[in-house]
Design a binder for this molecule. Structure first.
Ligand code: NAD
Length: 486
């Protein structure tokens, strides 16, 4: 057992919402669990509708001031939020591990990633374009902020995915209300409180609650846009509800990313990379490789190398220094993942590794599990388990594997692995996915557009395309002719 992060390292205090620049608690509270132990580590407020109304009212009042600042001033504030987070990085890493379950290396990736995103998005802007400027006429294209943005966040990367919305929203001139997942509210509440002195009251608020809160936000007439990351099913509810007030929406939803492995790989070299493509964050990753298509000529060798590597990976409490994979984040997700284990067992699919969950052990742990060539129409291949159970599939014909990879409602990410770079790129270009990684995976950047094809989402995050989604387009034309109106 390595060193354990003790409670004294956490932000030991009450967790509160932030509304109109003030911390707000509620009589009704909800528990937050450590998924590695099943124990309660904090209680958080459960917002009533009036709390949301207060946050929206404050965000509207703040919008007038915030949206009129020069973009450089807003950029400086967002960058300063990155500095502030970096100063408190150790506390946030411990807090993230405690509430989400992810081990330290992954928590560091998320917290320092949030710092980097705040600083880099703070360098972005959408300057006006002069389309025409002659003696008689000037035409300008510009972006104006939308108003109040509701940021709705899932539980797998609670802070990073909040920052992906907070940073562009604030730079664009919008005011932002963050709603964390009820399963992982602590980092988001703590972050919004931590940076309050950097912004005028009401510019950035955080409200916590149950699933009603999300519904109230998506229907709220005072909110102009919902930036949502979560499941495809919930995304459809968000879209339907937002239609009532014609809100702008950005939806980052689920995925069923294929990984295609060519016949010319070295199994020992590719296996650890495929492993982490699939199991990083305990496979609770929208962009996890969720189906691995391995060329028949190397199928057995790659499968065996994957299993051998997987046996070396330490699963446990993320607070232990040697842990590489943590638990499933919450009880409903644990029950959902269990269904895939049961389905595979009931259908006699072959487990190359794992397969049996110990439901008596504390915490929501499941073993790393690899399923050997289940049918293409099995639940494990067709659905998104969002847990550490991975199907391996055989292929021989290139056109056929491309067809199988694309035969899904989703289109978030995809990877191709092989030594013949021309073949790798040829296959990659045929894949229907927002991000296609070739011989690498999970490389993100604030300047790289990120979004889903098909039912993996609408719109995009990151890059200037993502920033533009927090704005209206506006065209201004001026007839300069001296005798035009008088
Ligand atoms: P979820 O859809 O259950 O919840 C996401 C958020 O929506 C939570 O804050 C939740 O409280 C809120 N919510 C629930 N019901 C709502 C409603 N009716 N209206 C408005 N908000 C509501 O998702 P999750 O289980 O937290 O996250 C896992 C899912 O997120 C997976 O499908 C994963 O692929 C996806 N995901 C996608 C991306 C991406 O960028 N595309 C990133 C991470 C996770």
């Amino acid at each position: 057992m390595g060193t354990q992060v003790g409670a004294e390292d956490l932000l030991l205090r009450e967790f509160a919402m932030t509304i109109d620049g003030r911390t707000v608690t509620t009589e009704s509270t909800a528990p937050v669990y450590n998924p590695a132990t099943g124990g309660v580590i904090a209680r958080v407020p459960v917002a009533a509708r009036e709390d949301l109304d207060a946050a929206v009212g404050a965000a509207h009042r703040a919008f007038g001031v915030w949206s009129r600042l020069a973009v450089e001033e807003r950029q400086a504030v967002v960058s300063a939020m990155g500095d502030r987070l970096e100063e408190h990085a150790e506390s946030f890493i411990a807090l993230l591990t405690a509430e989400q379950g992810k081990p330290r290396a992954m928590a560091e990736w998320e917290i320092y990633g949030s710092v980097a995103w705040l600083r880099e998005i703070a360098k972005q802007a959408l300057p006006e374009e002069v389309l025409e400027d002659g003696p008689d006429r000037r035409v300008i294209s510009r972006h104006t902020p939308l108003g109040v943005v509701g940021a709705i966040v899932p539980w797998n990367f609670p802070l990073l995915l909040a920052v992906w919305k907070i940073a562009p929203g604030l730079v664009a001139g919008d005011t932002v209300i963050v709603k964390p997942s009820p399963f992982t509210p602590l980092c988001d509440l703590a972050f919004v409180e931590l940076v309050q002195d950097l912004v005028p009251a009401g510019v950035l608020s955080a409200v916590s609650g149950d699933d009603d809160l999300g519904k109230w936000m998506t229907a709220h007439p005072g909110i102009a846009k919902i930036a949502f990351t979560g499941s495809t099913d919930t995304g459809k509810h968000v879209m339907a509800s937002a239609a009532g007030t014609l809100k702008r929406i950005t939806l980052e939803l689920g995925g069923n990313d294929p990984a295609i492995v060519l016949s010319d790989v070295d199994p020992g070299k590719v296996a650890p990379q495929i492993f982490w493509a699939a199991f990083q964050n305990n496979a609770q990753f929208c962009n996890a490789a969720k189906r691995v298509y391995i060329h028949d000529e190397v199928y057995d060798a790659v499968r065996d190398a994957l299993v051998a590597y997987a046996r070396t990976v330490v699963v446990g409490n993320g607070a232990h220094a040697d842990t590489q994979l943590g638990p499933i984040q919450n009880a409903p997700q644990f029950a959902k993942v269990q269904e895939y284990f049961d389905d595979c067992a009931a259908n006699d699919y072959t487990f190359a590794l794992g397969g049996a969950i110990d439901t008596d052990a504390p915490g929501w742990f499941v073993p790393v599990t690899i399923v050997d060539n289940p049918p293409e129409d099995s639940r494990l291949v067709v659905e998104e388990p969002f847990g550490p159970i991975l199907p391996l599939l055989r292929w021989t014909d290139e056109d056929d594997v491309v067809r199988r990879a694309n035969d899904t409602q989703w289109g978030l990410g995809a990877t191709v692995w092989g030594a013949d770079l021309a073949a790798v790129e040829r296959i990659g270009r045929q894949l229907e996915a927002g991000t296609v990684w070739l011989n690498e995976v999970h490389e993100y950047s604030p300047h790289q557009v990120f979004g889903g094809h098909k039912q993996s989402g609408i719109g995009a995050e990151n890059s200037l395309h993502g920033l533009a989604e927090y704005t209206n387009h506006q065209t201004i034309t001026l007839n300069k002719a001296p005798d035009a109106v008088a």
